[in-house]
Design a protein around this ligand. Structure first.
Ligand code: C5P
Length: 226
């Protein structure tokens, strides 16, 4: 069964923890991204864990290998259950990050994912085939020791075929049938993404900006299991 991960893209810790507490009965998985992390720092990860949540720390590291290795180590020390790096960083960076994830002695294990092509990117912004580029990044991620990738639901089935069913696909760009797209481009409904083989569905604004976030989260979950 796929997991629903709520993107807590808010600027304050209180707001984030309130949302997490409210939504925790629907899903334990919360995503801390650049906005929240930059505003409040790593303590929000342990605060979320104290609420019984699991945390995807989505900071998309992309730097020289030694720096990214240290950043992954720090993400794991902060308590991240999942963290991610940009596949554009290349082989040495990815292998260094994978080594840090494998060596983590936090005892909890951290799933390291590679960001392929952002779900806000449309095919006409890429030279050549977007699907081929995503496949190349996914195969590299598997060969270089990562546990999965961040991709759109449109690529999940192809990635599972190329990299194996145990290789994880985490998919943002999820929208309800009646919802708008915001700044996302390669979107899918929750049910479609699950059918394509997504292991984790990341949903932010359709839940967090809804008039009733709990009802919205329940509706996304119901659509997933449909
Ligand atoms: O609000 P929305 O559902 O579009 O949020 C999607 C979340 O997933 C955002 O926090 C965004 O940063 C993140 N994300 C993404 N595409 C990626 C990787 C992460 O949209 N490829």
């Amino acid at each position: 069964m796929a997991e629903l991960v709520v993107a807590l893209d808010v600027p304050g810790k209180n707001e984030a923890l309130e949302l997490a507490g409210l939504l925790r009965p629907v899903t334990p998985w919360m995503k801390v991204g650049l906005e929240l992390f930059t505003a409040v720092g790593p303590s929000v990860v342990s605060d979320l864990k104290a609420l019984g949540c699991s945390v995807f720390l989505d900071l998309k590291f992309h730097d020289i290998p030694n720096t990214v290795k240290g950043a992954v180590r720090s993400a794991i020390a902060a308590g991240a259950d999942i963290c991610d790096i940009h596949m554009g960083g290349g082989e040495a960076m990815c292998r260094a990050a994978a080594e840090a994830a494998a060596r983590s002695n936090s005892g909890q294990g951290c799933l390291l994912l590679g960001v392929t092509v952002l779900t806000s990117t449309s095919p006409d912004e890429i030279e050549g085939s977007l699907e081929d580029l995503v496949r190349k990044h996914a195969v590299n991620a598997r060969n270089w020791g990562l546990g999965g990738v961040v991709c759109s639901g449109h690529e999940a089935a192809m990635i599972k075929q190329a990299c194996g069913v145990d290789f994880k696909c985490l998919c943002p760009g999820i929208r309800m049938p009646e919802g708008g797209t915001d700044d996302q481009s390669r979107i899918m409904t929750p049910a479609q993404a699950v059918r394509q083989g997504a292991d984790y569905l990341v949903v932010g604004r359709p839940i967090t900006k809804a008039a009733d976030p709990l009802a919205a989260a329940r509706a996304v979950f119901a659509n997933m299991v449909n």
